[in-house]
Design a protein around this ligand. Structure first.
Ligand SMILES: NC(=O)c1ccc[n+]([C@@H]2O[C@H](COP(=O)([O-])OP(=O)(O)OC[C@H]3O[C@@H](n4cnc5c(N)ncnc54)[C@H](OP(=O)(O)O)[C@@H]3O)[C@@H](O)[C@H]2O)c1
Length: 286
């Protein structure tokens, strides 16, 4: 037996796996494309021959794959469902609170426990002091998993028993993309229209502030070398915020306004570029 199994070894899952192994956790790994297991196996992880074997190998199963819904499809197969009884699923894929509640209910119905986590940093920060991870779910389950989750970063925050709380806070933080990013880009548009150097604008923001990097990308006219958050990433996050707001029946004017702006950047072919590329949409419209 291992202490924990990790499913999903993309950029984030691999970073999680490395952090667990650095802390000498006995780890079993599984990934849909088997070649991605090799790097972690070389660092000491055990590779499972099948998904069933991977779940069987540990009492706790951490999942980190692209789509939240896909993790249900992965587990909801007759040969897998029977392996879930008494396991604890630690879900670290990004989802909306609604998706989280649905998945938690289904997992509980299979006789398994469920914790949901939101990773608030890039893979490069995993394992470091600054790595912020929010976790929600039953406290006793969290306590059992805490030693493993704590390996992933120095800023792990338990945000309560409401299973959707971590995902709600994640969407709340991502809501900045709806208005702050377009607002900063709008500021750059004012400066360039007034002939004020964008370096002066960028210098108003402290080092590390996203507003500073947006202003500097626009100043250099370089939207591809350092993509901190692409237009495509922003639109997918904001779409999740809008859908969730609609499901809740709360006001969604701000995400709706923002999606329209980002969509025009996608339509103009800037989807893979940094969100600073929104400036090109503003310039087209002036
Ligand atoms: N990267 C970040 O900066 C970041 C930050 C915070 C949170 N996250 C979250 O972390 C999760 C993973 O992101 P990532 O950056 O690791 O993505 P990634 O590098 O694109 O890797 C995606 C992973 O998901 C697996 N996958 C996708 N669809 C699947 C399916 N239908 N069945 C089984 N496996 C499937 C892939 O398997 P294959 O290798 O077989 O394709 C791969 O292991 C996402 O929910 C993301 O929102 C990422």
């Amino acid at each position: 037996m291992s202490e924990i199994t990790l499913i999903g070894l993309g950029a984030m899952g691999s970073a999680l796996g490395r952090a667990l192994l650095e802390n000498e956790i006995e780890l079993t790994v599984w990934n849909r494309s088997v070649e991605k297991t090799e790097a972690l196996v070389n660092l000491g992880a055990k590779s499972a021959s099948s998904l069933e074997a991977a779940i069987d190998a540990s009492p706790r199963v951490m999942i980190c794959i692209t789509q939240y819904e896909a993790s249900r499809a992965l587990l909801d197969q007759p040969s897998i469902v029977s392996t879930l009884t008494n396991k604890t699923i630690v879900q670290l894929s990004t989802g909306t609170p609604g998706e989280v509640r649905k998945m938690a209910q289904w997992v509980n119905d299979q006789g398994a426990n469920y914790l949901d986590g939101s990773i608030m940093v890039y893979p490069v920060t995993i394992g470091k002091e600054a790595a912020q991870i929010l976790v929600s779910g039953e406290k006793s389950i969290y306590r059992d998993c805490q030693p493993y989750i704590n390996c992933l970063g120095g800023d792990v925050r338990y945000v309560g028993e409401k299973i959707g709380a971590a995902a709600a806070l994640d969407l709340a933080v991502l809501s900045r993309l709806c208005a702050i990013t377009p607002g900063v880009v709008n500021g750059a548009h004012i400066c360039e229209s007034e002939g004020v150097p964008l370096t002066l604008y960028a210098d108003l923001f402290p080092e590390g502030d996203r507003a500073r990097s947006l202003a500097l990308s626009i100043h250099h006219g370089n939207f591809t070398d350092e993509v901190i958050a692409s237009v495509n990433t922003a639109i997918s996050c904001i779409s999740a915020i809008k859908t969730h707001s609609e499901d809740l029946g709360i006001n969604c004017e701000i995400p709706a306004f923002s999606i329209n702006l980002y969509q025009r950047a996608v339509d103009a072919g800037f989807g893979d570029q940094d969100a600073a590329a929104l400036i090109k949409v503003l310039r087209m419209a002036s």
